[in-house]
Design a binder for this molecule. Structure first.
Ligand SMILES: [Zn+2]
Length: 236
């Protein structure tokens, strides 16, 4: 499914369920629900979350910097020939990689940096760094679209908020919204593999993402979500 559909459906249904079951819908909980609705697609370099975190403009700056670095190394490293040429060539090749590959590399580097240098600030940097590095390496709809990921993300939020009463809103919002993203992807032809390395898929084959019929199914789900939100928060 498209990011926009995930954003509206996962967040809308999550907040509605919380409203119906009497769990306080706080602003931080709503923010966590929004992020969690998009988080499973972090392994897709063209997803909303990754495009926002690493915009195309930043990639262009990176490419320019790499080209400049390659020229610099070629000219000022001539004492080390032919290694200056080899290294400059390698950097030049990286700078001309397609955008999605570059995003993967940037994600991996940020993750590596967080693990390497962020540890002294907070254990969260290590966790976030590991998530980034792993998701830059795994294939789309691999590990991030499994039951382990739902469980891991929920436990991370649960223990991260110290299991407090205020934290309840957060881990319920995050776990539910993340799980609903996977549930929505189950409707597609590709489906998800809930328990890798087991090969079995859950797919209801109702739609394929990006197709005309797929857009209709997505829009129907969005309208149903909006009706639910209206019913829970406005009508009663
Ligand atoms: Zn997905």
């Amino acid at each position: 499914m498209m990011g926009r559909a995930h954003l509206i459906i996962s967040t809308g249904v999550t907040l509605s369920v919380m409203g119906l079951t009497g769990i306080p819908v706080t602003l931080p909980a709503a923010a966590v629900a929004v992020i969690s609705s998009l988080l499973p697609d972090i392994d897709e370099p063209n997803s909303i979350l990754v495009r926002t975190a690493i915009p195309t403009g930043l990639l262009r700056v990176l490419q320019l910097a790499l080209v400049a670095g390659a020229i610099f190394i070629y000219y000022f490293g001539q004492d080390y020939a032919p290694w200056n040429l080899a290294l400059a060539g390698l950097i030049a090749v990286v700078s001309f990689l397609p955008g999605r590959t570059l995003r993967h590399i940037v994600m991996f580097m940020i993750g590596l940096g967080l693990v390497q240098f962020g540890q002294s600030f907070s254990p969260w940097n290590t966790i976030a760094g590991c998530v980034l590095m792993i998701s830059s390496l795994v294939s789309h709809r691999g590990l991030t679209h499994s039951l382990y990921a739902v469980l891991g993300w929920t436990l991370l939020l649960y223990f991260g908020t110290g299991g407090s009463a205020a934290g309840q809103s957060l881990w319920v919002a995050g776990g539910l919204s993340y799980g609903l993203h996977l549930a929505a992807d189950m409707l597609t032809n590709r489906g998800i593999r809930p328990l890798p390395p087991l090969k079995f898929r859950i797919k209801f084959k109702l739609m394929s993402t990006g197709s005309k019929w797929g857009n209709i199914v997505e829009n129907i789900c969005i309208v149903l979500t909006l009706v639910l939100v209206w019913y829970v928060f406005l009508a009663s």
